[in-house]
Write a protein that binds this ligand. Sequence first.
Ligand code: WTA
Length: 654
Amino acid sequence: MTQESLESYSHENRMFPPSEDFTKEALIPGIEAYQKEYAKSIEDNEGYWAEIAENLEWFQPWNRVFNGDDRPFFKWFEGAKTNITYNCVDRHVHNGLGNKAAIVWEGEPGETDKRVLTYWDLYREVNQCANALKDLGMKKGDRAALYLPMIPELAITTLACAKLGIIHTVIFAGFSSNSIRDRVDDCQAKLVITADGGWRRGQVLNLKSIVDEAIDGCESVTDVVIVKRGHGDPFPCKVKEGRDHWYHRMVQDKPIHCEPEPIDAEELLFLLYTSGTTGKPKGIMHSTAGYMVYAYQTMRTIFDIKPEDVYWCSADIGWITGHSYILYGPLLNGASIVMYEGAPNWPDSGRFWEIIEKYRVTIFYTAPTAIRAFMKWGESWPNQRDLSSLRLLGSVGEPINPEAWMWYHTVIGAEKCPIVDTWWQTETGGILISPIPGATTTKPGSATFPVFGIDADVLTEEGEPTETGLLAIKNVWPGIMRGIWGDKQRFIDTYWCKWGGQYYFPGDGAHKDKDGYIWVIGRVDDVVNVSGHRIGTAELESIFVGHPDVVESAVIGINHDIKGQCLVSFVTVKAGIIATEELVIQLKELVIKEIGKFAIPEKIVFAADLPKTRSGKIMRRLLRDIAENRAMGNVTTLADPSVVEELKRKYSEN
Ligand code: WTA
């Protein structure tokens, strides 16, 4: 986000209080109820979380709510034993919710491909899967990588792993085989669960062949489970005798009950890989009890979830949003969720609104990048549909610009639905900054205030409160990451080095306005948020430099109307090499091979040289100025100022 947009944000003074109708029925009914609960959550933080945790089931109680003795390696609910799948599924079956719809699934092909799983169905299917995994010899602490389309089996297998204490790492199905291999190798996964294929815009993605390529030579993998996506014959794929197992055969005769494994509070539930400033993606570790309590409570208070709601989050389970707010948060609350396999514009640009009308969705949670695409496709799509079931809207993944917010509010929300603009990260496990829908008066583009149990502020590098600076989280919460798989030091260096390690540093810049509203501006590090997907510029640079013709590369993120940000890469080639269209294609192919299509830069600009300081550091700030066509900042520290003019010319030719 640029300085210009920040200024437009801080001049934003439209205010939208929740309607009386909404407030009357809300779980947190109005500002007084909110203030009372917030004050309590801060003054007696441990007492607050203990009270919330009582709403879930524990096989053994905790003897200490919070243990911060070994900062920043925090522990929550120490001594307790529980099971998150038991709390998501079994508990509701025992409490009479067995016949309630848990997952209402729609495949991309639509009418011919939909399924409703009640809590009782989910119970049976998760248990059969868990029993099958046990028979394969999988046990607590083993790692399983899941590479699946958005089909019910993704939810089922994830929950089955959690039921046995197998640490799951879900890999978004847009990642390449090399990305899978990196993750499988890093966590030494024993099991991979995939499908023969999945649908994306009318095309079949051959997931199994991508997996085959990925794990060729990975010695840790002993078994691969293949879900058959379609109804008839499987999509073409190889099945390796002894290693590969068809899911439908594996589960068919398995018992429908499975005792939940009692899991220690701090045992890991999952790893989720995400991009950082340097090196390869890091495996963010989340543990069982704290994550569970946090997902449960944020879902309840921020989405105001009630028994009759039909909740739809359009993310993919392969990202943290899908973990916390498709799967765990809603199921912990016994909600009915909609799950959709395909793209928002397939077979036409009205697909999302058709789904909302068809299933009478009441709460809808999506990303600003999608909202901006909907704006471009035009109001006539949503206007053709009855969206009157909607009562609450959410936004996640990147800053939402006031214009998109207003469109969401007017065209989708009919000016009656509160919007919760939720700020958080893979590392935080759950939402940290967001309006509480029945209480907070919103401003378009502001994530407003920290949620219950969270103390956040905007600080200078030195730790002084300021208007525009760095976002800081001043206390610790149950859902916070427990570290980076295999790299203790990187966890400390990335999140706990600023401010003497006193506060959590998320890597975002923010602005706090005169009313105390927080406006998250975007990353202050070398992570770029393209359509809500985190991409590390260093990761891309090392891919380009891996090409034999390339000497050096610098990748930056610049503003983009729909995607929020997009990537631009500057590349210098070896002497004697001519940069051709063919080289551009090769570089793009390398990105597809190493990461996935979604990480391809918008522009690749060849340059004779890059602007550097006298000590040889690439000045990315200047590259951004060039790419965003701004007046140049200070160039006096440049080793060779003529480089900039040359780059400007090259950029405008591109
Ligand atoms: C950005 C996604 C502004 C932010 C849940 C953060 C946001 C990164 C918002 C984490 C928001 C997420 N407003 N920025 N409401 N939500 N971000 O790990 O830069 O994929 O650091 O988690 O997305 O991305 P991640």
